[in-house]
Design a protein around this ligand. Structure first.
Ligand SMILES: [Ca+2]
Ligand SMILES: [Ca+2]
Length: 225
């Protein structure tokens, strides 16, 4: 059985100023993304978001994707390649934030130190759109100014958005991502034996799948993930 879920990323709660809570509209004119990294290799379990609503009517549909990062430094932005996606309907009425959670079924492995993004999109017009709450501290985010095909722009803000991510610790030797290290993983390693830069069986990243990687896999054997 997989270990219980750990917190991989957690922002502070919804943040407001003297005129009320702050948030970023998720609408036909703006999609919104928040970046995160994990300290450990982990299989994604859940992600949660604090969402309020420009409308008094709940129900606006939000599409959520978790995406890889497209580049380094100022080029860091969502790649457009979704690792997993969900839809959720806005639960809030007006500017009363509700924490909404999506649960992973694909359980993609998130690698330690690697940048990922959660992206929220909706087809609601701005005046009645969902609003993703700012947190009182956090990492920067980027927003999209047009719904499809436009370039992500850095928000230039140091504030982050309200988001939590959980997952179960996983081993790099769990090559088939089923939560343990066993013969299935050994089989994958053996099929990539030899010179194999970048392949999954190269556990120590030296460009070869060889006895060192086999030893690492055997060390992790049955330890679970
Ligand atoms: Ca496995
Ligand atoms: Ca190796």
């Amino acid at each position: 059985m997989p270990a219980s879920a750990d917190t991989l990323y957690s922002s502070n709660g919804p943040f407001g100023g003297w005129f009320g809570l702050w948030g970023a509209d998720v609408s036909t004119s703006q999609s919104v993304a928040q970046r995160f990294t994990c300290a450990i290799d982990a299989d994604l379990s859940t992600a949660s978001f604090w969402i309020m609503n420009n409308s008094s009517q709940p129900g606006a549909r939000i599409t959520v994707t978790v995406e890889t990062d497209s580049g380094a430094g100022s080029a860091s932005r969502p790649s457009g390649t979704a690792i997993e996606s969900w839809t959720m309907d806005t639960m809030a009425s007006g500017w009363n934030p509700v924490q909404q959670t999506v649960t992973s079924t694909l359980r993609p492995q998130l690698r330690a130190g690697t940048k990922y993004w959660f992206v929220l999109r909706s087809e609601a017009p701005g005046g009645s759109s969902p609003v993703w709450n700012f947190a009182s501290s956090g990492q920067g985010y980027t927003c999209l100014t047009l719904p499809n095909g436009a370039t992500w722009q850095s928000s230039g803000l140091s504030a982050g958005l309200c988001m939590g991510v959980t997952g179960t610790p996983s081993s790099p030797a769990d090559l088939d991502h089923d939560g343990d290290v066993d013969g299935g993983d050994l089989g994958i390693l053996l099929t990539t034996w030899g010179s194999c830069a970048g392949c999954v069986g190269d556990l120590n990243g030296d460009g070869q799948v060889d006895g060192a990687d086999l030893g690492a896999l055997l060390t992790a054997w049955s330890a679970g993930a």
